[in-house]
Design a protein around this ligand. Structure first.
Ligand code: LR7
Ligand code: MN
Length: 566
């Protein structure tokens, strides 16, 4: 599941006081936010052929002065519940996989802090931006989060840019999402509700929304989000500049427990070889390329839920693989495709949208979540990842031979679009992703032959342990390359950073670290550190793995799951 990098405590208070949130008055030039004064931009200022009228974002946020400024959660502060509400809180969590009781307490038009970089205030956007259809696909969503999402779009977007808001109901069974939702949304003529007659999942759900969308641009959102001031214009501007620009906002965190609002760190999208989406720090080369804080951040992947794309471009590159079920992997499919087939994927620092991050989902996966997610991943790997799909399969050996359906049409699409190969993508778009050696001498679990039934395990931390073998990979899945490194995902086994420690534990760390151990698997089954000549053993605590003087002890003998020839 996607993970969200936590915002450090120190950053959480930024702009949460409601004071800084008030519309900023300081203006150097003639244009006043929200006024109708337009500025003429000369050719040399803007690289456009035609001089164009441009504006700052219109400060349309009608919620800056909430009806009850002291109301729960206003300005994005935490909501703390009373002990006597414990039972209701519990029920809410069961229903929503987030604190629904708290969400229901908060105004559907609450104010949230303006967390954009200061410079965004001075950015100018064209007066002829393309219009967009907002597509929000949902299933069994909570009332208050869904309704708040819609209000936030309407309250914080220039009305002329919103062609329509399409709510795609992915076959929800909850009664309040039927007639009561229709009735509520009547107040918004721009809202259309499309009811699916079967559970399609978010991928085909979005495609159904796309079919009826009339805007030039499609903007996809999750159903538990809150758009920030000025979120839309900077994205549409980038698309206007080039229809192959696919853009995502910075995704802020709405805490699943307290519904507090916290600005996203400056991060971008990556992925792991297990095909998990990951938030990653922005590498230096990308930071240097950017001229200022407002500059788009090129991103190897998108999180998936929140992005805008030119509709004709989306169709041209073959939308999503409609064979993807329910949830997952569509974000990688689209990201790979955009980069490999001539597009540009970026995150826009002047556009902020909050999202409720939660650990699990409130809806059912008809085929089970792991199975669905893995099948989707296999389809994407098969079509887009060339020989690199082997790394994915190596990490998920249980997928060998599993069915992933027919991908012929998707492969034909890739040929037709004359896309770059995956190697090009890795080298040019995501060079910081470590590539495990494709050829390995051994892979899988590493079994101890002295303590029977125990395997090397990361235990989710970075110090290696001996733990009962479970045979399902994850923390017990390693590969032993011909370059003599033991890989765990993107990491490699290293010696202890504490040189003077009497016990030399084994850690997982960056593969280019000087502490990476080069191992030799001896004929009698030892794993020996070629530098110190010491052997991998289980410590006297029976838990942590250590390097110890080699001796004739069965706990120093190890067997890999699979061995390979060179
Ligand atoms: O069968 C379904 N039908 C649906 O309509 C399953 C889900 N959905 C809806 C659901 O109601 C929600 O609005 O689809 C949306 C996404 O599902 P979530 O919110 O349960 O999952 P998520 O937030 O973990 O989803 C992230 O990963 C998904 C992978 O397929 C999608 O790409 C989501 O859009 C994506 N969300 C984001 O990128 C927001 C930022 C989170 C991160 C990282
Ligand atoms: Mn979501």
């Amino acid at each position: 599941m996607p993970s969200f990098q936590k915002v450090p405590e120190s950053q959480k208070d930024v702009n949460l006081d409601g004071v800084k949130y008030a519309p900023r008055q300081k203006r150097k030039e003639t244009g006043i936010e929200g006024s109708s004064v337009s500025l003429q931009i000369s050719d040399e200022e803007q690289n456009h052929v035609q001089p164009e009228t441009m504006h700052r974002v219109q400060n349309l946020d009608v919620t800056t002065a909430p009806r009850n400024p002291k109301g729960p959660g206003e300005y994005g502060v935490s909501v703390i519940t009373r002990p006597e509400d414990e039972a209701k809180v519990k029920t809410g969590w069961k229903h929503a996989s987030f604190n629904e009781f708290v969400s229901d307490m908060i105004s559907v038009e609450r104010a949230i802090p303006d967390v954009r970089p200061e410079e965004c205030q001075d950015k100018l956007y064209s007066d002829s931006l393309p219009s967009t259809s907002i597509i929000i696909c949902f299933t069994e969503e909570s009332w208050s989060t869904l309704v708040r999402s819609v209000h936030s779009v309407i309250n914080r977007s220039p009305p002329q840019l919103i062609k329509e808001i399409i709510l795609v109901d992915d076959f929800s069974s909850r009664e309040y999402l039927k007639a009561p939702l229709d009735k509520y949304m009547k107040r918004f003529p721009q809202v259309k509700i499309l009811r699916l007659e079967n559970r399609e999942g978010l991928i085909r759900g979005r495609l159904r929304g796309t079919e009826i969308a009339q805007g030039e641009v499609l903007t996809f959102l999750d159903s538990h989000i809150e758009c920030g001031v000025g979120w839309l214009e900077p994205m549409l501007q980038r698309i206007k500049e080039d229809r192959r620009n696919v853009v995502a906002p910075m995704i802020d965190g709405i805490d699943a427990t307290k519904f507090s609002y916290a600005a996203s760190n400056l991060i971008r999208g990556g992925f792991s070889w297990e095909m998990q989406f990951k938030w990653k720090p922005i590498p230096d080369y990308e930071m240097k390329r950017r001229k200022d804080e407002t500059w788009p951040i090129r991103s190897p992947t998108m999180a998936g839920g929140l992005f805008a794309i030119d509709k004709s471009y989306f169709l041209e590159i073959g939308t999503y693989d409609p064979g993807l079920e329910i949830w997952g992997a569509e974000n990688l499919e689209l990201s790979f495709k955009i980069w490999m087939c001539g597009g540009n994927l970026e995150m826009i620092p002047c556009s902020h949208v909050g999202h409720v991050f939660r650990a699990s989902q409130p809806y059912k996966f008809p085929e089970g979540n792991i199975k669905t997610f893995m099948r989707n991943n296999m389809r994407v790997a098969e079509v887009w990842m060339d020989e690199y799909k082997d790394i994915f399969y190596a990490l998920k050996p249980q997928l060998k031979g599993e069915d992933y359906g027919d991908v012929t049409e998707r492969k034909e699409l890739r040929d037709r679009l004359q896309c770059h190969d995956f190697k090009w993508y890795l080298q040019n778009i995501y060079p910081e992703l470590p590539i495990p050696d494709l050829k390995v001498q051994a892979r899988g679990e590493l079994r101890n032959l002295g303590k029977i039934g125990y395997c090397m395990d990361t235990m989710g931390a970075n110090a290696m342990c001996a733990h009962p073998c479970h045979g399902i990979g994850h923390n017990q899945m390693f590969s032993f390359s011909w370059q003599q490194k033991i890989w765990f995902g993107e990491l490699c086994l290293t010696s202890s950073p504490y040189q003077r420690a009497s016990i030399q534990q084994i850690f997982a760390n960056q593969c280019n670290s000087p502490r990476v151990i080069h191992w030799q698997h001896t004929v009698n089954g030892k794993m020996m550190d070629t530098k110190t000549g010491k052997c991998l053993d289980i410590g006297t605590d029976q838990k942590f793995l250590i390097l110890k003087t080699c001796e004739n002890s069965a706990t120093q003998n190890w067997k890999w799951g699979m061995y390979f020839d060179r």
